[in-house]
Design a protein around this ligand. Structure first.
Ligand SMILES: NC(=O)c1ccc[n+]([C@@H]2O[C@H](COP(=O)([O-])OP(=O)(O)OC[C@H]3O[C@@H](n4cnc5c(N)ncnc54)[C@H](O)[C@@H]3O)[C@@H](O)[C@H]2O)c1
Length: 266
């Protein structure tokens, strides 16, 4: 494995599971010292233990990415432990399925707070140390649900669209300071959240989700971690303000049926 993040310090929020855990392990495997932050202390500790068992340098904390003091404390942990912050992955996101008129104000506010305000807070507290040290990289986890609408996820759709445009605004503001800001837009990824949302119908939902992706399957957390690691690395040195879609072709089409059948029909 390459050591392309050797000497770098990274924070990954929502790193106790799924995409965040895979990203923390990936960055640590490539040499980064990582702060694993999650709402669940048990899950954060488990990710950190796996990284430490592989010889990685890691710190973990239980935090709520929607709470300003918690995000500030997360950045402080990186600075106290290792004196710098090079890579910030704002990965927390949350949604509750409900139609528009059935969405309570509490559910709306919590979804926006965890999904969008968390990214603002990460930038608010993460940018100053990057500015002081002369550069850094931010990668936000958006979603294809921020590029198009779904039925039954209105707050999540609105918040993820906000993440994409906040990414662009931050990229412009920080470009002259050697700080790049990008986001990834995953399609359906087979993680804990997709299983929890599907409940007892998990297998059926997984099959249905696989079928709507032109590549014929859901993505894996490791595949999104690879995209995040790419954006965070020097390989992406001319990329800022971008929304990298990693969705197995889900949003590539117009939705119209084929005009001519492809060689291998779906
Ligand atoms: N799984 C998908 O299909 C998919 C698709 C597109 C985007 N995403 C986004 O990817 C990100 C990660 O999702 P995942 O699929 O890996 O989910 P996951 O359920 O596997 O992991 C989510 C983690 O986030 C933590 N978390 C929840 N609220 C938090 C908060 N307020 N502060 C800190 N941590 C919190 C949970 O404890 C959990 O460990 C989210 O932003 C999600 O919206 C997921």
């Amino acid at each position: 494995m390459s050591r392309r993040f050797e000497g770098r310090v990274a924070i990954i929020t929502a790193a106790g599971s799924g995409i965040g855990a895979a990203t923390a392990k990936r960055l640590a495997g490539d040499g980064a010292r990582v702060v694993v932050a999650d709402l669940s202390g048990t899950r954060a500790q488990a990710t950190a233990a796996a990284i430490a068992a592989g010889g990685g340098e890691v710190a973990w904390l239980k935090m709520d990415a929607a709470e300003p003091p918690a995000v500030e404390a997360t950045v402080e942990l990186a600075l106290q432990r290792w004196g710098r912050l090079d890579v910030l992955v704002n990965n927390a996101g949350y949604g509750e399925p409900a139609l528009l008129c059935d969405t309570s104000i509490e559910s709306w506010n919590r979804t926006v707070a965890v999904t969008l305000t968390s990214v603002f807070l990460g930038l608010k507290y993460g940018l100053p140390p990057m500015r002081r040290q002369g550069g850094g990289v931010v990668v936000n986890t958006a979603s294809v649900s921020g590029t198009a609408g779904d039925i039954g996820m209105p707050a999540y759709n609105a918040a993820k669209a906000g993440v994409i445009n906040l990414t662009r605004a931050a990229a412009l503001e920080c470009a002259a300071e050697n700080i790049r800001v990008n986001c990834v837009c995953p399609g359906g990824i087979d993680t804990r959240v997709s299983q929890v949302l599907a409940g007892e119908r998990a297998d059926e939902v997984r099959r249905a989700l696989a079928a709507v992706h032109p590549l014929g399957r859901m993505g894996s957390a490791d595949e999104i971690a690879a995209a995040i690691a790419f954006l965070a690395s020097g390989e992406a040195s001319f990329i800022t303000g971008a929304a990298l879609v990693a969705d197995g072709g889900l949003t590539a089409g117009t939705g119209l049926p084929p005009f001519v059948s492809p060689a291998v029909p779906r």
